[in-house]
Design a protein around this ligand. Structure first.
Ligand SMILES: [Zn+2]
Length: 79
């Protein structure tokens, strides 16, 4: 009985390791293709590599802080 549990544990560990390797390999491949893909900034219309763009609510934005709706602060609140 103990041997079966050990076997199952070993199998699960192996499965986990294989999955980790496969997912990291897939991420690397994704990054390589993302660097070549150009996306258009939703704010200024500039084309930037997907790797350098920011995705907010499914929209692409370039690295310009003025284009990024989450990084630009509203200066109307002044104290
Ligand atoms: Zn922009």
């Amino acid at each position: 009985m103990a041997r079966i549990i050990l076997l199952v544990a070993l199998f699960l560990a192996l499965y986990y390791v294989v999955r980790q390797i496969a997912s990291s390999w897939r991420t690397q491949n994704k990054t390589a293709s993302a660097q070549q893909k150009l996306v258009q900034c939703s704010s200024c219309g500039l084309h930037v590599p997907e790797a350098e763009s920011t995705v907010i609510h499914g929209q692409y934005y370039c690295s310009n802080p003025e284009c990024n709706p989450e990084s630009s602060q509203n200066p109307t609140h002044d104290e």
